[in-house]
Ligand binder design. Structure first.
Ligand SMILES: Cc1ncc(COP(=O)(O)O)c(C=O)c1O
Length: 394
């Protein structure tokens, strides 16, 4: 047993991201785990649970990341790494029984909504979407007086891209009372900011592509649970459906995780500064950032999060010459430092008008721009935003 594993429970998350998932301290052993590139493993006896066997069943390069993520989320079992966040979504949805009922936020990540919608349309389960910030409305769908109770509650908080804040503990309690399990997509917060298992969730999901890997150079996903039956079902799904991570990507994710605490600290602070400045800008019609005291999700976020995340969304005002959506596009094009690209959670600041994605729900305003604040100097980020906003008036 490594020194880290013996003392892990006493360590802060800032230390865990650096110390977790290292090889044992044997003389001349490497301090970083190696990338194991092998599609099969030696073996002659019977092959069962716990054996590596074949490259789709297991890869030692996944394990340090899976151990580290479990430590960070406060899980009692190792996490499960997947080929992408959506592969993890697919695996989590497989926990639904045939003809079961799924309650999902109407502003979940668009890909999760599309997947759930398509499976529901094929009759795999019933999908009920709801404003996840409206606790009473969610409760009514979890256990309707005249209908079937839900089997799974999907939570995303803050939601992508509306930044709505769900009351995770209250909804989790209501879901469990209705007999449903709870899956929480924790991508936006990371375990450093929010720990859904400690708020009662059964499964936590990450698009590792985002903050955990942190450098916009890998696509990966993960699930974490402390429930052995659920983990066994998820592992079986991953093995049989094949949504496994490439070993090099897994290695990059662990390397990225080492700086998660520093990145989150910096980007959260910068997001708060930028939101404060943007909220009074004449070209900003409205702003969403749970860290602003008058944001509708502020009080809830303060209770269940350590910080407010690093995503800021604004609606850009139009004028006589341009609609709000056209002004938003012009803003994105006028930026020199911010990268006009989708995704979030990387070291570099990214910005995009969300409705450029045809899959984004129509309830997301056309002029809404999502900003993923990176770790650049905040004054450089602000200067770039200021010049781009000013260019809309010239
Ligand atoms: C909140 C959230 N969940 C899941 C996903 C899907 O992850 P991936 O793109 O890694 O498949 C995304 C991607 O943007 C996301 O933002």
């Amino acid at each position: 047993m490594s020194l880290f594993r013996e003392h892990a429970a006493e360590l802060s998350a800032e230390t865990v991201v650096v110390a977790a998932g290292r090889p044992d301290r044997a003389h001349d052993e490497a301090v970083n785990p190696p990338v194991v590139l092998s599609s099969t493993y030696y073996g002659t006896g019977s092959l069962g649970d716990g054996d590596r066997g074949y490259g789709r069943y297991a890869n030692p390069t996944w394990e340090p990341f899976e151990e580290a993520l479990a430590q960070l989320e406060g899980a009692e079992l190792p996490g499960l790494l997947y080929a992408s966040g959506l592969a993890a979504v697919s695996s989590a949805l497989s926990l639904l029984p045939a003809s079961g009922v799924l309650v999902m936020p109407s502003h979940s990540y668009a890909g999760s909504l599309v997947m759930a919608g398509e499976l529901a349309a094929k009759g795999h389960f019933e999908l009920r979407t709801v404003d996840i910030t409206d606790t009473d409305a969610v409760k009514a769908l979890l256990a309707p007086a005249d209908g079937k109770a839900a089997d799974m509650l999907w939570l995303e908080s803050p939601t992508n891209p509306m930044l709505g804040i769900a009351d995770v503990q209250a909804l989790t309690d209501a879901a469990h009372a209705a007999g449903a399990i709870v899956v929480t997509d924790n991508t936006f917060s990371t375990p450093l900011v929010q720990q859904p298992l400690s708020l009662g969730s059964d499964v936590v999901l990450h698009s590792v592509t985002k903050y955990l890997a942190g450098h916009s150079d890998v696509v990966l996903g993960a699930l974490v649970t402390s429930n052995p039956e659920i983990r066994a079902e998820l592992l079986h799904h991953r093995t049989i459906h094949g949504g496994i991570a490439g070993p090099f990507e897994a290695w990059l994710a662990l390397r990225g995780l080492r700086t998660l605490a520093l990145r989150v600290e910096r980007s959260q602070a910068s997001a708060a500064t930028l939101a404060q400045r943007l909220k009074d800008h004449p070209r900003v019609e409205s702003i969403r950032f749970p860290g602003l005291p008058d944001d509708p999700g502020h009080e809830r976020a303060r209770k269940q999060m350590k910080g407010f995340g690093s995503i800021v969304c604004i609606q850009v005002s139009g004028d006589a010459a341009r609609s709000g959506a056209e002004a938003a596009d012009a803003l994105v094009k006028a930026l020199r430092l911010w990268l006009p690209a989708t995704s979030l959670g990387g070291v570099e600041s990214l910005i995009e008008r969300r409705r450029r994605h045809t899959a984004e729900p129509e309830s997301v305003p056309e002029n809404l721009v999502r900003m993923s604040v990176g770790i650049e100097n905040v004054e450089d980020l602000w200067a770039d935003l200021e010049q781009a906003l000013a260019s809309l008036d010239t």
